[in-house]
Unconditional design. Structure first.
Lengths: 236, 315
């Protein structure tokens, strides 16, 4: 496999308070692991003037206070974190199980996904609940995980016209990605099922139950089980 | 302490503070007052410590009945506010007592007014902040803009001995022709002629502009043919100017965490308040600026803010 990691890390100026650090130019588990390792290492010993670090697929954004630091200082700080990376203990990813009721009212696009790939609806369910997906990043809306590892037989383009409101908990597909609408929001992904779990709750001490780099496994459940779990207001 | 009853909510009135930091990696945007310059001054005008929550009032303002004595201040856009039938000036503070009615009208200059009150608007802190994030339905007043019948509480704080006002030399003027200074990038290399067009043209603020982003219309900004149509999604910063597939710019603001299109430039933080005060139909031009100059201006603005805070504390 080709190496998607950059030989030399790229730094990009983002206005007067942001510095973007890029470790590769692809959506790739190796690149993403490096992003995660750097953000864990930097989080343990935040360089002076760093207000926030936001990891993404292949890059991380540093939000800084220009009264305290400069992009040049930050560049040095992050290069030295990178050099000492082998000394950093990265917590092993956890696997989070997400129950999903596939199809029907909860997955109005499941037949579209099946037809466009020439497979049956049960195949969609079987294939979608097989892998352990890596959480590449969280964003778009609070708690929305962008997951990598969707089987090729499920790749389906986005809707031509996005929905104005996608219900909370909807499990969806867009091209080679799958994800979960953790809160109700507009959206253009194909909906194949829904989880009864409340993935994002601003009142909890940990508002979301996973971090970038963790793994997600979907488990098919019945309609009945969906409503049982919904009543219990379960969290993973 | 119940302090205000909402008689009419205005077009879009929310509780905001300095913003919610530390949760962008969970997809939670910073939110907070869009024009932090005016917002901070509103707090200083009633003697509040920085960071107290206040109201952000857009375009057409609310009517509020006063339930509890307090000092109130207004900053930012001029909405021809009246206390009972008496006009009150923006950039001043004044005493309100139970039974008074505070009315805001249609905006006369600027777009967003800020109202601070003694002790700050008291709503539960969510993830360390009282800022409303309407898209996520949390923060502020039950995670939404105000409605008729809502009752706003205020925190504890000392009433002023005498009203305060901001000296006219510090008051910004809101023009309908706006120049925003911007640093090229992070994806300026996605453009060739597009970059020249961007920095040389006049754009117009579209009606589809809000706290997520300001959409502009103007000449088409064409990407280089040899570059991909989109980028691998990455975190966005307030002020980032994304060029959408329709070749028009959007200035991303405080209710946005990720973007998947190339950003041609980023508005400097000193100028974000000027976007906050722009209304649909205003014209915008971008002026290219170096990072070094932007940092000098940032420092100057922070110093000016300290100077204002000191002067208002002495009044």
């Amino acid at each position: 496999m080709r190496n998607a990691l950059f030989k030399n890390t790229h730094f990009r100026i983002v206005g007067d308070r942001g510095l973007l650090v890029e470790y590769g130019n692809a959506i790739d588990p190796v690149v993403n692991l490096k992003v995660r390792a750097i953000s864990v290492a930097a989080g343990k010993n935040m360089p002076p003037g760093v207000l926030e670090i936001v990891p993404a697929y292949r890059s991380l954004m540093i939000l800084y206070d220009p009264l305290v630091t400069t992009p040049a200082d930050l560049q040095n700080a992050f290069l030295s974190i990178e050099k000492k990376l082998q000394d950093t203990v990265i917590p092993a990813p956890r696997t989070i199980t997400i129950p999903v009721c596939y199809g029907g009212e909860f997955g109005p696009d499941i037949e579209v996904v099946a037809e466009s790939n020439g497979i049956s609806t049960p195949d969609v369910i079987r294939l979608h609940s097989q892998p352990e997906y890596i959480i590449y990043m969280i964003g778009f809306s609070p708690g929305f995980p962008f997951l990598g590892g969707l089987p090729e037989a499920l790749h389906t383009p986005r809707l031509k016209t996005p929905r104005t409101a996608v219900p909370q908990g909807s499990v969806a597909i867009a091209n080679e990605q799958t994800g979960i609408y953790s809160v109700e929001s507009p959206g253009g992904w194909q909906l194949i099922g829904r989880t009864p779990l409340k993935l994002f709750d601003s009142a909890r001490s940990h508002p979301i139950p996973y971090h970038p780099g963790d793994l997600i496994r979907f488990v098919p459940i019945s309609h009945e089980k969906y409503f049982q779990l919904l009543e219990k207001e379960s969290t993973p | 302490m119940n302090t205000f009853l909402v008689l009419t909510p205005g077009s879009y009135t929310t509780v905001q503070d300095n913003g919610r930091y530390g949760y962008q990696q969970m997809g939670v945007p910073v939110s907070g007052a869009l024009d932090l310059f005016s917002f901070k001054i509103a707090n200083f005008l009633v003697g509040n410590p920085e960071g107290c929550a206040g109201l952000e009032v857009s375009i057409a303002g609310p009517r509020l009945t006063v339930l509890k004595e307090a000092d109130v201040s207004l900053a930012g856009a001029d909405m021809e506010a009246k206390l009972n039938s008496k006009p009150v000036e923006p950039w001043t503070s004044f005493r309100v007592t139970p039974g008074d009615v505070l009315s805001f009208y249609q905006v006369r200059s600027g777009c967003r007014a800020y109202m601070a009150v003694t002790g700050g608007i008291d709503t539960p802190e969510v993830m360390g902040s009282r800022a409303t994030y309407a898209g996520g339905r949390f923060g502020g007043y039950h995670g939404r803009p105000l409605k008729k019948g809502d009752i706003l509480k205020r925190g504890k704080g000392r009433l002023l001995n005498s009203p305060k006002h901001l000296h006219s030399e510090y008051r910004p003027r809101y023009l309908s022709e706006i120049v925003l200074r911007a640093i090229a990038g992070p994806q300026d290399f996605y453009f060739r002629e597009g970059l020249e067009i961007f920095f040389q043209s006049v754009f117009s603020v579209s009606t589809r502009s809000d706290r997520m982003g300001y959409r502009l219309t103007g000449p088409e900004i064409v990407q280089r043919e040899d570059m991909p149509k989109s980028i691998i999604s990455e975190p966005s910063m307030p002020g980032g100017i994304q060029i959408s597939p329709d070749r028009q710019p959007i200035i991303l603001l405080v209710e946005q965490t990720m973007g998947g299109y190339a950003k041609i430039a980023t508005v400097i933080s000193t100028d974000i308040p000027n976007i906050a005060q722009a209304i649909p139909g205003d014209s915008i031009q971008f002026e290219k600026m170096s990072l070094e100059t932007a940092h000098v201006l940032y420092r100057e603005q922070q110093n000016r803010m300290l100077e204002i805070a000191k002067k208002l504390a002495e009044q």
